[in-house]
Ligand binder design. Structure first.
Ligand SMILES: Cc1cc2nc3c(=O)[nH]c(=O)nc-3n(C[C@H](O)[C@H](O)[C@H](O)COP(=O)(O)O)c2cc1C
Length: 359
């Protein structure tokens, strides 16, 4: 049996295989509400056999959205449609995760296919952005409003309230988004955090908000399965580094986090040497040195590539993003390529390859 298609338990959840559909914003919500696009998009990938479907970055408050098309779960009215979706994914045998997010200074943007530029706060679909320090993300972006302690307390409460709704909906996994230059990463990195209070300066101070959110969320989420997505490096010398990530992961492990979903970059515009498996060494180092399960992501496009990472014990879960857009049935495909067993949906059984298809 391949490792990729064998079950694994993390926290309180057993996944039927180790393929995760990585969170992918669809920019298709209105006022944060999910709709049939999300049902079909996520549903197709559950039908395709993934062990875990991680729902896209879901905002804990309206101003925490990257764009006006982001999903949100900041009010009770947003629960019903998400519950319909989660129930459907469960019927396909998938576990379901929700990624809780706040975009901080990278909020208030156009949808990528409309250019992705930041929208002025006084225009339609724009709002004021917030962040640890008054440093814009990039040229032509505006400097965020600096958060004070009251604002920070409010944001922590937003995460808690959203986690409470996620619990009510029935998600199996909650993932705190602390990667890709969004609010928590903005606090972690000295490139975006120049605060002089207890949230800035030292490593201990810069990780404080992430830890406070993890602890606060655990008060409602209990010991259910909890992941944190981090950017393992800023790809800038002297900034947030893989060593910082290992140190943070050790602390998160002590706090009861079950997996570090290991990505990279996104906080400043610098070239990233992306190629197949380019982020795998980060997941491997965190797994080895912090002794915590890791997920790896980034240009993992073939079943053999994914299987090799698991065989080499470099990570515990394989997150697939763009390849799963090209092929929503990637897990069914992987089972064929790796000559392994997987349950096909009854409705699709006449398509199970018997004549060398997919080989
Ligand atoms: C359309 C799209 C939307 C994305 N949205 C998110 C998101 O909501 N949260 C997140 O952490 N990463 C997001 N990502 C990053 C992916 O989860 C993944 O880390 C990245 O695409 C690299 O994996 P890949 O090479 O398999 O695509 C997104 C990527 C794509 C292509």
């Amino acid at each position: 049996m391949s490792k990729l298609l064998s079950p694994v338990m993390l926290g309180s959840t057993t996944f039927k295989n180790r393929i995760v559909i990585s969170p992918m914003c669809q920019y298709s919500a209105i006022d944060g509400f999910a709709n049939d696009w999300h049902l079909v998009h996520l549903g197709a990938r559950a039908v395709g056999g993934a062990g875990l479907i991680m729902q896209e970055a879901t905002a804990v408050s309206p101003e925490g959205r990257i764009s006006y098309g982001d999903l949100g779960l900041w009010k009770d009215e947003q629960i019903a449609k998400l519950k319909t979706i989660v129930d459907f994914l469960h019927l396909q045998g998938a576990k379901v995760g929700i990624q809780l997010a706040h975009a901080g200074r990278k909020a208030s943007c156009e949808k990528p296919w409309e250019g992705g530029h930041q929208i002025a706060p006084d225009s339609e679909n724009g709002w004021k952005t917030i962040g640890p320090s008054a440093i814009p993300y990039k040229e032509n972006d505006r400097a965020p409003i600096v958060l004070d302690q009251k604002d920070i307390n409010r944001i922590i409460q937003n995460f808690v309230d959203t986690a409470q709704r996620a619990l009510q909906i029935g998600y199996d996994v909650l993932e705190i988004h602390a990667a890709h230059g969004y609010l928590l990463h903005q606090f972690l990195s000295p490139l975006s955090n120049e605060r002089t209070d207890e949230y800035g300066g030292s490593f201990e101070n810069r990780i404080r908000l992430t830890l406070e959110i993890v602890e606060a969320v655990q008060k409602v989420w209990g010991d259910k399965t909890l992941f944190v997505r981090i950017s393992a490096t800023d790809w800038v010398d002297g900034a947030w580094s893989i060593d910082d990530s290992v140190s943070l992961s050790k602390i998160l492990k002590q706090k009861g986090v079950h997996l570090i979903d290991t990505s990279s970059g996104g906080n400043v515009l610098v070239p990233i040497p992306a190629k197949p498996n380019y982020q795998v060494p980060f997941a491997a180092q965190i797994k080895e040195e912090a002794q915590i399960p890791t997920g790896t992501v980034g240009l993992i496009n073939t079943p053999k590539q994914a299987e090799e990472i698991l065989e080499n014990e470099q990570a515990d879960l394989i997150f697939i993003a763009r390849e799963s857009l090209r092929n929503p049935n990637f897990p069914l495909y992987a089972a064929t390529i790796l000559e392994d067993q997987i349950d096909w949906p009854s409705q699709y059984q006449r398509a199970i390859p018997t004549h060398g298809e997919w080989k």
